[in-house]
Write a protein that binds this ligand. Structure first.
Ligand code: APR
Length: 229
């Protein structure tokens, strides 16, 4: 029997209880930094050292963090379902918890990439990329991150997956950043959908949705338990 497909769409909120700051909550990263100073192609052009330093700090934090009960609970779902995680997060906490199929829409902090050839990526040794570190083609290495103003190369694959969802679960995202936030539009109308987020506001525009105003660490294990019965 083929397993039902569960697509889980995650944002910064799922890693909040691992100690990684979200972006738009009070005290979030975009209060401390200006997006245009650190997360755009223009920032990279103007001040690559500043951009590298911003992401080096993020990388160090991610390497020191551990997956939490929400990441672990999603792994349990694989016992009964074909689970695909589509994450906006650049951390590797889903993989370290043990999730097998993880797509990173906004890139991966643990990798660097050539600034002239987007297909040339490397695992970073340690926690830093420094000025002067180059790809085989001789260009400065940049973080393997999708910046504001850049396209999201995996969006089409993500949409195709979402269109096949038997169950669609959204965890810890403000659904503010497009095109990622539009993923839900690809999910069939009658597919049951769940949203777990303590700040969840009315999502009337999403059909067939159950909203759980809970932290991921509580809401995700509860939902997983229910789905595994
Ligand atoms: N459990 C679940 N959700 C939580 C928790 C928690 N413990 N703590 C906070 N949240 C929720 C907030 O209520 C909010 O809705 O997480 C969400 C975080 O929203 P954002 O900070 O906007 O993060 P996200 O939606 O992932 O941002 C999308 O924006 O800056 C870019 O590229 C970056 O991928 C990121 C994208």
């Amino acid at each position: 029997m083929t397993k039902k497909k569960i697509i889980v769409f995650t944002g910064a909120g799922i890693s909040a209880e691992s100690g990684i700051k979200t972006f738009r909550d009070s005290g979030g990263l975009w209060e401390e930094y200006k997006v245009e100073d650190v997360a755009t192609p223009e920032a990279w052009e103007n001040d690559p050292a500043m951009v590298l330093s911003f992401y080096n700090k993020r990388r160090k934090q991610v390497m020191e963090a551990q997956p939490n009960t929400a990441h672990h609970a999603l792994v349990e779902l694989e016992k009964k379902f074909d689970v695909h995680i589509i994450t906006q997060n650049i951390d590797d906490l889903h993989e370290r918890a043990g999730s097998k199929k993880v797509m990173h829409l906004h890139g991966e902090i643990i990798k660097s990439r050539s600034s002239v050839d987007p297909d040339l990526t490397y695992m970073i040794k340690g926690w830093e990329i420094n000025i002067g570190e180059k790809c085989v083609k001789g260009s400065q290495l940049r973080p393997h991150i999708v910046w504001f103003g850049e396209s999201v190369p995996q969006m089409e694959d993500a949409g195709n997956l979402a269109a096949k969802a038997d169950i669609f679960i959204i965890v810890g995202t403000s659904l503010n950043v497009y095109p990622a936030a539009g993923l839900v539009d690809f999910v069939p109308h009658n597919t049951p959908k769940y949203l777990i987020d303590p700040q969840a506001v009315s999502k009337d525009y999403i059909s067939n949705i159950t909203v759980k105003k809970e932290k991921a660490g509580i809401g995700v294990p509860e939902l997983v338990k229910k789905l595994l019965i």
